[in-house]
Design a protein around this ligand. Sequence first.
Ligand code: AMP
Length: 282
Amino acid sequence: MRIVKSTKQMQKLALQWRQQGKSVGFVPTMGALHDGHLSLICKAHQKNDITVVSVFVNPLQFGPKEDFNKYPRTLLQDKKLCEQSGCDVLFIPSVDDFYGDDFQTTVTAGALGELLEGASRPGHFDGVCTVVLKLLQQTLPTVLYLGQKDYQQACILKQMVSDLNLPLKVQVLPIVREKDGLAMSSRNRYLSSHQREQALLLHKTLKEMRRRLVLGERQAAVLKRRTKAQISATQGIQLDYVECLDASSMAPLKRLKGAVVILIAAKVGKTRLIDNIRLNVP
Ligand code: AMP
């Protein structure tokens, strides 16, 4: 595995691969890698000639009161895991090299970027779109691999790829969970063992909503009410949102039908966690 730190060097390599007709799978990450990230890297490795993984904690997508400074950085371990998972190039640019002194141009995510995560984290998706577009220009991939864990992010990035005519495919892979159901996240390491137990409530309530759908409940308001009540009865967890949306447009649904995604976000102590399930409602 090769390690590339310079953005210029990365783009030079990518142009060579393109000339050689090689397919490139690209997995953008912020590091602190876990099995969720590794599932994307393994898939990229299976399907492409070259696999590139970036580890870059992007200051542009963190709000002023968010955890940019304390976001976990575990580069030594990340290197090992990348190598074991079939990564060919690990791209780890510095913030200075990546944005330079005179950086001015950004991408605006549009309407989808204002909802849910975007409502709680203003500017977050503009930062995500900007960093991902730059990373795509530096790595020139054939396929961009994303996780369903960040459902809204994946929708917004698919929209960007389509709106800006970027010549690549986007592949979204399922959420990888701990044995007990907790969605893997780099932020899980902030949780104390008590909070880790409480965090299970996110997936539990999603499963409960799915169960009630299977039993015939179709009203979003009814499904959401129960979840809200359950979470507000638990000390230490603060629900941000639970929403039932059309899985492709992310439009809110009153009555659940067809391809649906249920998304949830909550703060457990100071740690903000997100989770979702996608299902087909007959
Ligand atoms: P992050 O490092 O959190 O920016 O995530 C990098 C990529 O890994 C994103 O496409 C995420 O959606 C994906 N990812 C994060 N956690 C998981 C998970 N538990 N399962 C699958 N993909 C994930």
